[in-house]
Structures are given as C-alpha cells and as structure tokens.
Design a protein around this ligand. Structure first.
Ligand code: SF4
Length: 212
C-alpha cells in the first residue's frame, strides 16, 4: 500500500484508538496484517473456546487458520455438514470464551455499526461471550455515525449479499433498495456505542483494506 495512505490510516487509527478507549473498549492499531494476527493471538488465551461470525477480515489476517491449528477449542461453522450443526455452533458461540468478528463500519468518535440477517453475530457482540475481538481494516472507518450507518447499509450489506445470492434487490443491482423481502439480510442494525464490562470488546484496527 502506498505510503501516503499508510500515513493517513495510522493517523486516523491513533485518534480512533483514543476515542474507542474513552468509550471503555480496548483498542490497538496495527500497521500490518501480520502485527494484527500477533495481537489477536495475544488476546486469546490458549485452551479457550473461540467462536466467530461475520469475520472475513479475521480470515484475511490468518486468524482462523492459526486458531484451528493451535491449542483452542474452535467453533467453526464452516466445518459443519448440516444446517442443524451450523445452528448449534451459532448458539454455542453465545457462550464462548472469545467471539471474533468484524465491523461493518466504525465512526471516528468510536461507535461500531453492524448489520445482521439472523442476529447471531450481533447477539454475541452484545452479550454472552466473555470477550469479543473485532478485526477491522481502516477502510471501515467513517467520519461520523451517520456515515457509518450509511456505509453499513449501502456498501457492506450489498457486497455481503453477493456472497449469498438471495432473491433481494441488491443482488441484482448492487444497490440497497431498503427492501422488505422475506430473505432480507438487513434485519438487525446495531450501534455499539459503549462497552460494559470495561474492555470486554477489543478492537484491532489494521492499516490495510480488509473485508468489505
Ligand atoms: S436491498 Fe434489502 S437485503 Fe439488500 S442491502 Fe438493502 S435492505 Fe439489505
């Protein structure tokens, strides 16, 4: 990545870390995917039960591969063979020691926005797992909360929809039509504006473009 963009990301990342900490999140900024992976492993105790959802960015830094190869009890829906097994793993994630996820958007004042279809991901962010580790590239960061909600609705959700290919307007046009389809993936739009208990939700901001 070019130097100017790296500098831009690191300067915004430094401010955002401070603003997240003011809201009682834990947060660190990492310049590279490799540093982000080291930090994530440092925050996940060996032997713990670890689940994840909506974690494309975590996949991209190599975290799932490291956990599956390491001394952890992983709850990996991708290794399930049936819908029933996937459903059980999603429920087990709610009582995991650590839950790993991404962010659809984060505002510079330290608020996170996520959209969810079934709600299992936002449920785990809100309550249940002992800690939540959020891996987010700086491409997810917007100037304000309004921009974060707009990003989540008009960028992240329509791109995410391309993976599922469901019968929703954005599958065809690439743009959100604020649909009310039975198969809509935008059923829960959650703003996480503050963290309690202190430090339960931990952010690793990465100075690279990750996820969507
Ligand atoms: S068209 Fe529907 S499914 Fe697609 S992004 Fe908009 S609300 Fe979500």
């Amino acid at each position: 990545m070019e130097t100017a963009k790296k500098l831009y990301y690191s300067k915004r990342g430094e401010v955002l870390v401070k603003n997240l900490k003011k809201r009682h999140f834990d947060a660190v900024y990492c310049d590279t995917k490799e540093d982000a992976l080291k930090q994530a492993i440092a925050w996940i105790p060996e032997g713990s039960t670890v689940g994840w959802g909506g974690a494309t960015s975590a996949q991209q830094i190599g975290l799932m591969a490291a956990l599956n190869a390491g001394n952890y009890h992983t709850l990996d829906r991708d290794q399930c063979e049936t819908a029933q097994e996937r459903e059980k793993i999603a429920k087990d994630c709610l009582s995991a020691d650590v839950f790993i996820t991404g962010a659809n958007a984060i505002s510079m004042d330290g608020q996170m926005v996520n959209i969810d279809g079934n709600g299992n991901r936002v449920a785990a962010i809100i309550y249940g797992p002992g800690s939540v580790v959020v891996i987010a590239g700086m491409n997810k960061v917007t100037d304000d909360l309004e921009g974060a909600i707009t990003r989540a609705r008009t960028v992240a959700a329509p791109i995410n929809q391309q993976r599922f290919g469901l019968n929703n307007p954005c599958t065809v046009t690439g743009s959100c039509a604020d649909c009310k389809s039975e198969t809509c993936i935008c059923n829960h739009i959650v703003v996480t504006r503050h963290c309690r208990p202190v430090g339960r939700i931990k952010f690793i901001l990465v100075g690279e473009e990750l996820g969507f």
